[in-house]
Design a protein around this ligand. Sequence first.
Ligand code: ACM
Length: 266
Amino acid sequence: MRVGFVQMEPRFGDVEGNIRRALTIMEGKEAELLVLPELFNTGYLFTSKGELEGLAEEIPQGRTSQALAEFCQRRGTFVVAGLAERYEGGLFNSAILVGPPGVEGIYRKVHLFAKEKRWFTSGGEGFSVYDVRGIKVGLMICFDWIFPEAARILALKGAEIICQPANLVLPWCQRAMITRAIENRVFIVTANRIGREKRGERELKFTGESQITGPGGELLLQASLEEEEVGIVDLDPSMAKDKAVTQENDLFSDRRPDLYYQLVSR
Ligand code: ACM
């Protein structure tokens, strides 16, 4: 299966331009599954809830879902993308899985990072795995990386490939995802953005280095720090079905959930 990340630099507030740019970058790239960054259509540094409200869309009626669905239908491909969503009176930092029939999955970011907590509501539906041509694909977003439970639950639900749209600013995620991949024996596609955003008093620099990690922690591909680029790897998702670490050890059946009860209580 040919799977890739799209590393790009969204312009804040230019939804039409960002969609066009993403489609242009993806056009002609041969892959069955491409992953765009978190909030790829809006940019990241909101300065008020009203601003976010003006840019958030309903899924699948909004223009971002529609444009990606048209792309996937025309190309017979699948795309995962991060976008701001308006849903049941709340605003969510969401990711969608889009295929030729349209939007097939929605993940609403659970672990909100820093000022995101001011604007977004934390998703309440949890972590889901979807079928992409017989392959199990799980969704998480950016800061979910620091909570190992996110990738673990996706792996326990059968994810072979975890897609992680991201707007990374801390220096650790790319290295941490190598561990997430090893401890769950899954593939992980991290699609990060590049560039800086300065809005009001605040400025953020995003760290690039989007990557695709294999189930043994192999860094199959890593992008540059500052260039827009698409990285595609031909991988065998069935490798993620084998949870053996040694002949005597299996990642899942060796677990002792009876001793982990603090993990599921406050
Ligand atoms: C992040 O979750 N955007 C760091």
